[in-house]
Design a protein around this ligand. Structure first.
Ligand SMILES: Cc1cc2nc3c(=O)[nH]c(=O)nc-3n(C[C@H](O)[C@H](O)[C@H](O)COP(=O)(O)OP(=O)(O)OC[C@H]3O[C@@H](n4cnc5c(N)ncnc54)[C@H](O)[C@@H]3O)c2cc1C
Length: 485
């Protein structure tokens, strides 16, 4: 029997008590979507089904009780922590969904300096953890732009990546152990050991699951010594992206691991005022960090490589360092941006993809060309460009950035008129060239239409996880896994 909104709320209240079951109408509306700047919501319009309740469990046992209840009654559940998702992962597309908000599970459980590990509940904000660690001369090395807002559970659930990834890796390289609850209420803990050869690495069933398989309750990450005094920045202006990709590749395959390795095209760079010192040019920048011997050797090695490329002109490192130190987004910056979007009816979005070195420039050129040739509202686009910000031995990512004036449509039509078709052109060109359609924001609901194409024959494995762990399909419907028509 399908439960009504009222009986769902009653059942949850019996489990958690009234103060942990939220039914305030405005909260429910705000928890029906994720895009922190979803255009329609800026105008007070909410078109996604409004959840029946938001629950705020205090511990893992309460998460287990809630999931057991939702699973027995086949109620769709959307996990949430920091609420900074960008790809629709938080949208409650099923009527009478329940949102499990883990943000009140916010204890830093242990900082273990001997084994260089930090353990937190899922609702600990990364910024808070980093502040605590830095007081002790430590860091996680994780620094996504959303660091002041995003929480450990969400960061693991989306396979997030930070600005220092070229040295420290992405979240999957940082996570040591985990605790998670599956839809049946089963609580599972993966222990903290440096490495093991005991079957497949089951952490990867949980990391990146986007709330579509289980709810993450506790995370243990590695920590590193923090040496900000040794940071060394270096930057150059150059004429084209293709040469920039070649330099990034050479730096990586020569074995250097700068923490930051970024390449901006002229259009994206101009948004950051790089045109003041590199007009109509691309900008390539690096930061070396860590122990002084390593940081200095890395900075010198990279300078040697770049000096072989004739068209690279050095940029004063201090300018880049100042810019870089103000990249993160806190709540004030987000509130200010929402006001500006409402006032100017002007909005910007991004689509991030990745590819090996042999196809990354093709993806860059073809996606931009296709948008220019095929996007029907090109006159409304005010900026179209991109950058690479995470490099690997085998390739790099591309972060396409596009801004537009929203013209002649209702706020709720913005997404279908602009964002969805622009996103689609980039994803299609990336898949065609052999790249991956999502580098770090997660598939969410906006890219789940391409999940099967992305994974090809390996979709068999991905689907097996859903069938095994969530046979009733209650976990974040439409996220990662496409809704079958
Ligand atoms: C201004 C801004 C800058 C950003 N910069 C970066 C960046 O540099 N790098 C990057 O990788 N991302 C970035 N993002 C995207 C976003 O911050 C990340 O995806 C982040 O990991 C989400 O964490 P969160 O706690 O906010 O998760 P939420 O937004 O709450 O949730 C994200 C997804 O994870 C699921 N989820 C959340 N908590 C859990 C849980 N406990 N268990 C299971 N599933 C869960 C949700 O259902 C949803 O699908 C940025 C976003 C913004 C708004």
């Amino acid at each position: 029997m399908t439960l009504t909104r009222q009986t769902i709320v009653e059942g949850l209240t019996d489990l958690l008590g009234t103060e942990r079951v939220i039914t305030d109408a405005q909260v429910l509306k705000e928890y029906s979507h994720d895009r922190y700047k979803k255009y329609e919501t800026i105008f007070g319009i909410y078109t996604t089904p409004i959840p029946a309740a938001v629950v705020r469990p205090k511990d893992t046992d309460q998460v287990s009780d809630v999931l057991t209840f939702l699973n027995e009654n086949k109620i769709n559940c959307v996990g949430r922590t920091g609420g900074t998702a960008t790809e629709g992962g938080l949208e409650t597309i099923v009527e009478n969904s329940v949102v499990i908000d883990g943000s009140r599970m916010n204890k830093i459980i242990k900082i273990d300096e001997k084994n260089m590990l930090a353990t937190t509940q899922c609702g600990v904000c990364l910024g808070e953890l980093e502040d605590r660690l830095r007081e002790q001369g430590l860091t996680t090395g994780h620094s996504p732009q959303s660091k002041p807002l995003a929480h450990m559970g969400g960061l693991v659930a989306t396979r997030s990546i930070g600005q220092f990834s070229t040295l420290y890796g992405a979240i999957e390289d940082m996570v040591n152990g985990l605790e998670a609850v599956f839809p049946t209420g089963e609580i599972t803990r993966i222990k903290n050991v440096p490495r093991r050869s005991c079957g497949p690495d089951i952490r990867h069933v949980i990391i990146g699951n986007e709330g579509a398989i289980c709810f993450i309750t506790e995370v243990t990450v590695k920590v590193y010594k923090y040496f900000p005094e040794n940071n060394r920045f270096a930057a150059w202006a150059l004429d084209d992206m293709s040469a920039g990709f070649d330099i990034l590749r050479e730096v990586m395959i020569e074995g250097y691991r700068p923490s930051v390795a970024r390449l901006y095209d002229a259009q994206d760079g101009a948004q950051h005022s790089f045109d003041q010192f590199a007009p109509d040019q691309c900008v390539l920048m690096f930061m070396a960090e860590g122990n002084a011997h390593i940081a200095n050797a890395t900075a010198e090695g990279i300078t040697d490589i770049v000096s072989k490329y004739d068209d690279c002109q050095p940029i004063e490192a201090k300018i880049i360092e100042n810019w870089f130190n103000h990249l993160n987004w806190g709540p004030e910056k987000i509130a200010e941006e929402r006001e500006l979007i409402k006032k100017n009816k002007h909005i910007g979005f991004t689509t991030e993809v990745s590819g090996n070195w042999d196809c990354i420039n093709t993806i860059y050129e073809n996606a931009l060309r296709r948008i220019q040739e095929e996007f029907p509202h090109m006159d409304d686009i005010t900026m179209l460009g991109g950058h690479s910000s995470h490099s690997y031995q085998t390739g790099t990512n591309l972060y396409f950035v596009y801004d537009y004036d929203v013209k002649e449509c209702k706020p709720e039509e913005e997404i279908t008129k602009y964002h969805i078709p622009l996103n689609a052109l980039i994803v299609e060109e990336t898949l065609k060239a052999g790249g991956s359609m999502v580098h770090h924001h997660g598939i969410g609901k906006y890219r789940s239409g391409w999940t099967k194409e992305e994974h090809g024959s390996a979709y068999y494995i991905l689907k097996g996880l859903k069938d095994q762990f969530d046979p009733n399909g209650i976990m974040n419907k439409g996220t990662i896994y496409p809704v079958e028509k």
